[in-house]
Ligand binder design. Structure first.
Ligand SMILES: [Cu+2]
Length: 160
């Protein structure tokens, strides 16, 4: 990259154009900062799913089934400040009631609202604490859930 930069500068000088080195260096610095920001942002999003948020550790979305307590599959779901749900892929058993303990980071924005179209459920996470979403999955399959504007996305897989 630096060699290309030198090449561009030397080309400009060859054509006799006035080169303001400060501007070119400034642009180069902006590109570097932008590049790092991009890499950091991507890393943030991909690792956000792995971040444990309190009780979310009970069910981490790695394909394990949530614990069944008093006949209900207890799932912990949180809208994070990273723009993703944690976990974003849920897995539950068919025909057993599901109880989702839904919460959100303060900075989650519109991710506070969550909709489960297949189960005709929607909820809005309170500023503190959680809201409960309950339904019984009757059909196997993979069903989407998302915020009201579909920027936060996840799936719930119902298995036999
Ligand atoms: Cu949204």
């Amino acid at each position: 990259m630096f060699q290309q930069f030198i090449y561009i500068v030397s080309t400009l000088e060859t054509y006799g154009e006035p080169v303001n080195n400060a501007i070119i260096v400034g642009i180069l610095v902006l590109f570097i900062i932008g590049g790092f920001a991009l890499i950091n942002g991507t890393a943030y999003r991909s690792t956000a799913n792995q971040i444990e948020n309190g009780k979310g550790a009970l069910y981490n979305g790695t394909g394990e089934m949530p614990p069944i307590i008093e006949g209900k599959q207890e799932v912990y779901l949180r809208a994070t400040k990273y723009g993703v749900y944690n976990p974003s892929n849920l897995r539950v058993k068919k025909d057993i009631p599901v109880r989702i303990h839904y919460s959100a980071d303060w900075e989650a924005g519109c991710g506070r609202a969550v909709l489960f179209p297949e189960f005709k459920k929607q909820a809005y996470a309170p500023a503190e604490g959680e809201v409960l979403i309950e339904f019984t999955p009757l059909n196997e399959g993979v069903f989407p859930f998302h915020c009201s504007m579909k920027m936060f996305n996840g799936t719930i897989e119902v298995v036999e």
